[in-house]
Design a protein around this ligand. Structure first.
Ligand code: GLP
Length: 241
């Protein structure tokens, strides 16, 4: 795993954007995208760049069950606002959170088909405080493909900051599995801030275990981890160099 440590989130996001730009200039056509607060600054750079997305396909990691695309807490809405409105892609895929209400398996199967037909060239990831990637919580099988996830209390708690009320946070989501994520040819994972330092340490230095979903990335041959000093603060000197 290649590690880039920057002074702050802004310069980390610039480094992340550069990797996407380079990969697209080198022919990447299918771009895996993520939500959460982590990628916002990267998307900001993207919208201000001269990158043209009109020949690219985007595939997002996950969507909450039960939120319509126009709900301002849905990941559809988030992507529209932060990237797609200004830089539309030829086609953008996000799991169908409405179909998932009554048919989570159907919504998952549809999404697996989409990923199979459009192999991901480069995937962006954030990191949960408990080491989750997308909504793959600790204990998720490394062989998992897109599936329905019951969110853990800690994730509901962490994501409640975006909602008016913690009771408004959906209890489940449809999410790409670990195997889908690992099938991407290249992966860029970003984590900023002190509250990510434990998860970063476990991901980089801990054993590869389903208890820490992000640790699976140690097994991928083309991963770049971008962190700021605060998120890097618990890493050994050896990992930092
Ligand atoms: C959510 C998302 C993840 C994201 C994580 C961290 O659970 N499903 O994709 O990586 O939160 O969020 P943040 O980037 O806001 O710290």
């Amino acid at each position: 795993m290649k590690i880039i440590i920057t002074n702050n989130k802004e310069s980390g996001s610039t480094e992340g954007f550069k990797l996407f730009k380079k990969s697209i200039e080198n022919g990447a056509k299918v771009i895996g995208l993520a939500t959460g607060s982590t990628p916002v600054a990267l998307y900001n750079e993207w919208t201000q760049s001269n990158l043209d997305n009109s020949n690219l396909i985007s595939i997002n990691l996950d969507e909450y069950t039960g939120l319509t695309p126009d709900n301002d807490q849905s990941y559809h809405y988030f992507m529209q606002k932060n990237l797609f409105d200004k830089k539309p892609f030829k086609k953008s895929y996000i799991p169908d959170g409405i179909k998932a209400i009554n048919d989570p398996q159907g919504a998952s199967d549809d999404y697996n088909e989409i990923i199979e037909e459009n192999p991901i060239d480069i995937q962006l990831l954030g990191l949960g405080q408990n080491g989750h990637i997308a909504f793959n919580e600790p204990g998720t099988s490394f062989d998992s493909v897109t599936h329905e996830v019951k969110l853990t209390e800690s994730t509901i708690q962490a994501n409640s900051r975006f909602f008016r009320n913690i009771d408004d946070v959906p209890k489940s989501a449809i999410c790409m599995g670990i195997a889908n994520i690992m099938s991407a040819k290249e992966i860029v994972i970003m984590a900023f801030g002190e509250n990510k330092a434990d998860a970063v340490k476990k991901m980089v230095e801990g054993p590869v275990t389903e208890d820490v979903p992000a640790s699976v990335l140690q097994n991928h041959s083309n991963v770049t981890l971008i962190i700021d000093d605060a998120a890097a603060s618990k890493l050994s000197e050896e990992s930092k160099n």
